[in-house]
Design a protein around this ligand. Structure first.
Ligand SMILES: [Zn+2]
Length: 176
């Protein structure tokens, strides 16, 4: 078996709902994300895949999706959607919407995307574990058509999300 690994870095904010410690508060990380791809047989150029392809098709997508964003789990997203759906003509609805705008969670039009808020749909919390799973599925989506064409046992090996690099490393990994 052959294996290659390439990393990217993203700055992101999140909070962990239900956490008993300080992780329940909104805070940020500079995360390193490792993407590992393996195969049984190398391609005609003697590679697993070109590092440039890995960067363009997978790492850039991760950076585009998450760098400088606030990442939410589904329950937090549902909460924001409820605020966006409030009747702005009712007293309570108007107050809460103004609060949402003031907190930077809503634009006047109710859009959260342009404010750099992304959601890990159907995931309870934006943990490193869930982010690793999201990245794995995205990478798998890119790799599968290559494997169908080339039949070299090409697969995503693992995704590793480092929430902390200094003074000690801590990371979560997703693999199959
Ligand atoms: Zn955190």
């Amino acid at each position: 078996m052959y294996r290659i690994v390439k990393a990217c870095y993203i700055d992101m904010a999140h909070r962990i709902r239900g956490h008993e410690g300080k992780c329940r508060f909104l805070h940020g990380h500079t995360c390193r994300i490792d993407v590992s791809v393996s195969c049984e047989t190398l391609n005609a150029l003697g590679m697993v895949v070109d590092f440039g392809w890995l960067k363009e098709r997978i790492l850039h997508q991760i950076e585009k999706g998450f760098d400088h964003t606030l990442v939410l789990g589904q329950p937090d997203r549902d909460g924001i959607n409820k605020i966006a759906d409030l009747d702005p003509t009712s007293g309570c609805g108007k107050c809460v919407k103004v609060l949402g705008e003031a907190l930077g969670l809503l634009t006047p039009l109710g859009s959260v995307m342009e404010l750099g808020v992304v959601t890990l749909h159907n995931m309870s919390n934006p943990t490193a574990e869930n982010l690793a799973k999201w990245c794995f599925d995205r990478a798998d989506f890119e790799i599968q058509p290559l494997e169908v064409g080339e039949k070299r046992g090409l697969k995503v090996d693992y995704i590793r999300v480092y929430e902390q690099l200094h003074p000690t490393e801590s990371y979560a990994e997703y693999f199959k």
